[in-house]
Design a binder for this molecule. Structure first.
Ligand code: TNX
Length: 501
């Protein structure tokens, strides 16, 4: 029978630091969360009235997640690397136990998990199961994710989105059980984080963005206090913020603020256009190395999570040796600051064990990427043909670009991370990240309407084993989420691929 969730009491066998989240998760559905924590049961020794949601921290029996991917042909074009670094002692991405069991019965709901995050995942799933009539079907769910790095990359450099919007994006990412919000904080058009050793970066290039200046009344960057608060807000939802300082290209905002980075010492003009690949740093410039080290040390020191992204993409005006030396400096600076470096795929020649590479461009020659994987690099998959949510849904869509084709809901759902880069061994893949570039996106509604419904599709690719993914099921299931999106005020696009009732 159905479970009536109109009156709900959350009971937990342990104090949970995120207990208020239960209210936050269930309140938008009109569910009255009447109490939380063990004290509710303890009050007069009697169980509370209403439907119980019981949260139990305990070992779960979870069916093993299928990790074996479909067989792939080894790529014949690639010579095995002669120099193979020893495998990393510490994996660059941790794989915590996120499993949970959710049981909904007519007399109540039980969520059991070995760690708090699993309890939260169980509540998130429960929320998705609850219909407009506030009932949920009676089910038993044993669940655990396939990949640890389930992320969203968000460009706040081309257009600026402040802390209030970013918190809403964290909420959305959390609702779909993502663990990483990777913020692309710097690019040609703007610089979005305070850097104590180089205050000019944020002061001069904070106010600029694509097409001109950030809206009146906005600073255009995160102060260190705002950055810390955002990370704490995200951490409370088990989301890690990964900051990206994009080097050694995509650096016009840097050279606009710090003229000493240029060979002629003259600051570049602000850039509000949409071209990529023209800006750069110079290895032989004496200002460059201290600048890279100081900026990355400052950002690492302000970062709560274990990862710092150094960019490395699209340096069309640098030759390979100089590019590799500059990227090598950046990767070393992040390691010296005690963090694990992340970089775009172009950094592969400089990357090995202990580095995370983000794959995005299927047009690139895979040889260097496969060599980096053999040397121990791990991969987060963001293929532009499926995971780039700044691509238009279909021809004529008013927002977004189309250089990697149209990415409607079906394309964002139907792809396999372990075969997206032919020849890459499946063990090298630690996750999946959707990416949203914002050259054409100016408002929070623009951002959300590009993310919904496609972010949940990519999130399911990151979570679910290939044998359990089912497009026909997804395109029908996803429409039931729309009332929640409306209740949250999240704009969404009625993709023609979904079966809207
Ligand atoms: C490629 S992806 C870029 C971005 C653009 C994006 C637009 C990547 C590492 N670089 O600079 O914003 O395409 O789709």
């Amino acid at each position: 029978g159905a479970v009536d969730l109109a009156r709900v009491v959350v009971v937990s066998d342990t104090p949970l630091r995120w207990t208020p989240l239960a209210t936050e998760l269930l309140a938008p559905l009109g569910i009255d969360v009447r109490g939380a924590g063990p004290q509710v049961l303890a009050k007069n020794g009697e169980p509370p009235k209403g439907t119980l949601i019981e949260l139990r921290l305990a070992e779960t029996v979870v069916e093993p997640v299928e990790t074996t991917p479909p067989a792939i042909e080894p790529s014949p074009a690639v010579e095995p690397s002669p120099v193979v670094e020893p495998p990393p002692l510490v994996e660059p991405v941790e794989t915590p136990d996120e499993s949970y069991t959710l049981e909904t019965r007519p007399d109540g709901v039980t969520i059991t998990a070995p760690a708090e995050i699993g309890l939260l995942h169980g509540l998130r799933t429960l929320r998705q199961l609850v219909g407009l009539d506030r009932t949920a079907p009676a089910v038993v769910v044993h669940d655990a994710p396939r990949f640890a790095w389930r992320g969203l990359t968000l460009d706040v450099a081309r257009h600026w989105f402040g802390p209030a919007v970013l918190r809403r994006v964290v909420d959305l990412a959390g609702a779909y059980k993502l663990r990483v919000l990777h913020l692309h904080l710097t690019d040609d058009q703007g610089w979005r984080i305070e850097v104590p050793s180089r205050p000019a970066l944020a002061q001069v290039s904070g106010p600029t963005q694509s097409g001109g200046l950030v809206p009146d009344g906005e600073r255009g960057y995160l102060t260190l206090d705002e950055y810390r608060e955002l990370q704490e807000y995200a951490a409370a939802r088990f989301v890690e913020i990964v900051p990206e300082i994009d080097l050694p290209g995509h650096t016009n905002a840097a050279t606009h603020a710090c003229g000493e980075l240029r060979p002629d010492g003259v600051p570049t003009p602000a850039y509000g256009g949409m071209e990529v690949g023209f800006s750069r740093l110079w290895f032989d410039n004496p200002a460059t190395e201290p600048w890279i080290k100081d900026v990355l040390a400052d950002v690492a020191a302000a970062t709560l999570g274990p990862h710092v992204h150094v960019g490395g993409d699209e340096c069309h005006t640098l030759d390979e040796p100089e590019y590799s030396r500059l990227v090598g400096l950046a990767l070393d600076a992040v390691r010296s600051a005690g963090k694990t470096p992340v970089a775009w795929q172009e950094a592969a020649p400089a990357a090995g064990a202990g580095t995370v590479l983000q794959y995005w461009d299927p047009r690139a020659d895979p040889a260097a990427l496969l060599r980096a994987a053999e040397a121990g690099a791990r991969f987060v998959m963001s293929p532009a043909t499926h995971a780039y949510l700044d691509m238009q849904y279909e021809p004529g869509h008013p927002l977004g670009q189309d250089w990697s084709g149209f990415v409607d809901l079906h394309r964002s759902y139907e792809w396999e991370p372990t075969t997206a880069l032919p020849g890459l061994q499946a063990e090298a893949v630690v996750g999946v990240s959707a990416a949203l570039w914002t050259e054409t996106l100016e408002t929070a509604d623009h951002v959300f309407s590009m993310l919904l419904p496609r972010l949940p599709a990519v999130a399911e690719v990151a979570w679910t084993a290939p044998s359990s993914r089912d497009w026909q099921s997804f395109r029908t299931r996803i429409v039931a989420h729309a009332p929640t999106w409306d209740a949250e005020g999240w704009a969404w696009h009625p993709s023609k691929d979904a079966v809207w009732a």
